[in-house]
Design a protein around this ligand. Structure first.
Ligand code: AMP
Ligand code: GLY
Length: 450
């Protein structure tokens, strides 16, 4: 790309993932101006926040056209499933993300399961129900004995998955989803799934519809309390290092899951472009898909991007142009950790507007504070969400990155601040047992053509 080119970019969304995208894009020599819609208080220190909601697809398209934005990156799933990519492309605007049809991989769990069945992609056995009575009868049959997994079909903010341990719990779960409509219309159809045992892992790639560029592997922490206890959250932290999965498992995931998914979507007439996130269970039978997301992970993004060497903009432009095959993503051999500082009460009810102190003490080239939910006042930053700050550090070893991140987390203060103390420990266990992470030269697998 012409290095003299000066471009405007737009990031859609308002959390820590979007702050990390803005932070990384700002390092691109070709970017002159970064907008974030709607952004948040902290993001406004790195880019220009625009008060347009992430789901206001028409408003965003009009803004991008008017400002002659060169490239837009979409963070969250909702605008994708609403068709933001189709709308932008319809106006000749470049945008990174899957089309509305392709976003159904995340937007409808039934669609995703039927797609996987059709294309032989390994996943848990399942059955879909759109009638309460049929689902209720299935619970009486031998096919669906607990423990089983019950999922609302549509988007439910990561909360639409229930794992009843007894038949009564299964009936209660079904009642909650289909009768009481706890997740609204998302639960008008439900899925029963075989319960899979194993360790979870995420695999995120960029794809232009053919070529696949795997991103550095990362693992997140979904539960609110240490030791994976308490309710699910949007994510309480994450870590990443080169040898997290190991080259042979990475290859298996690529060959049995990612490539067949990208090819299958193309064959089905809904080519998939953008970030593709496969949530996996590593079973004794090999990796199986638990879910797809049509976007970058949050908070995985916050540990992946600090490890990316080179220009994120070039990768994103190649994704849009179908030229990803010519791009190489290189990864630093360092380990990265992010610790989420949350508001008291999160993931349930929480208060906002609490002054945040100590941010100025963090200055250090190997740390970044990504703002997940903050506001900016004349007196400084205040809390404005359940997840407030993603305190991120990277270093030669995972242990050092953990120490750096927690050192910073302790110095930041706001009323009610709470965070997990064990982020990264699972990774440390792995590095002790494998030693693979030491400056793994294969940390970044090469771009593969599908
Ligand atoms: P999902 O939103 O589909 O990824 O599900 C959320 C969480 O539920 C996953 O991260 C797993 O911990 C769990 N889960 C989902 N599906 C299964 C399954 N078939 N077997 C075991 N656990 C599951
Ligand atoms: N960290 C899980 C997700 O982004 O869905």
């Amino acid at each position: 790309m012409n290095r003299e080119e000066k471009l405007k970019v737009l990031v859609v969304g308002s959390g820590g993932r979007e702050h990390a995208l803005v932070w990384k894009l700002k390092q691109s020599p070709s970017v002159t101006r970064i907008f974030c819609a709607p952004g948040n208080g902290g993001i406004s220190t790195d880019g220009d926040c625009v008060p347009i909601a992430a789901d206001d697809v028409d408003g965003l398209a009009a803004f991008a056209a008017q400002e002659q934005v060169h490239l837009t990156v979409v963070g969250p799933e909702l605008p994708l499933t609403l068709g933001i990519v189709d709308r932008f492309e319809g106006r000749g605007l470049q945008v990174v993300g899957p089309s509305r049809r392709a976003s159904a991989l995340e937007g409808s769990k039934v669609f995703a399961k039927q797609f996987m069945a059709r294309h032989g992609i390994p996943t848990a056995r399942f059955e879909a129900f759109d009638s309460y009575e049929r689902a209720r009868r299935a619970l009486e049959s031998r096919d669906w004995q607990p423990p089983l997994v019950l999922k609302a079909d549509g988007l439910a903010g990561g909360k639409g998955v229930l794992i009843p341990q007894t038949r009564q719990e299964a009936i209660d779960a079904l009642d909650a989803v289909m009768k009481e409509r706890r997740f609204g219309a998302a639960g008008d159809r439900v899925l029963f799934e075989e319960w899979l045992e194993g360790e979870e892992a995420s695999c995120i790639v960029l794809t232009d519809g053919r070529a696949i560029c795997p991103l550095a592997p990362a693992q997140d922490y979904k539960r609110v309390f240490d030791g994976d206890r308490g309710p699910n959250t949007g994510g309480m932290g994450a870590f990443s290092f080169g040898g997290l999965l190991g080259p042979s498992l990475e290859q298996t995931i690529l060959e049995t899951i990612v490539r067949p998914t990208v090819e299958g979507m193309r064959q089905d007439g809904a080519p998939y472009r953008g970030f593709l996130y496969a949530g996996l269970m590593l079973t004794s039978d090999g990796p199986k898909v638990l879910e797809f997301n049509a976007r970058m992970g949050d908070p995985e993004c916050q540990v992946i991007l600090p490890r990316l060497r080179g220009d994120l903009l070039e990768l994103l432009q190649a994704t849009v142009k179908g030229a990803l095959e010519e791009q190489d993503a290189e990864w630093s051999p360092e380990a990265a950790v992010t610790v989420v500082l949350a508001s008291a009460g999160y993931p349930d009810r929480y208060e906002t507007g609490k002054p945040i102190r100590g941010l100025e003490r963090i200055g250090n080239g190997r740390r970044a504070i990504f703002h997940a939910g903050t506001g900016c006042t004349n007196d400084g930053f205040v809390t404005a969400g359940g997840r407030v700050l993603d305190v991120t550090a990277w270093s030669a070893t995972l242990q050092e990155a953990i120490r750096e991140a927690y050192g910073a987390a302790e110095q930041i203060e706001f009323e009610g601040k709470h965070y997990r103390r064990d982020i990264g420990q699972k990774g440390l266990k792995k590095t002790r047992s494998s030693k693979e992470h030491h400056a793994d030269p294969k940390a970044g697998p090469p771009v593969k053509r599908s």
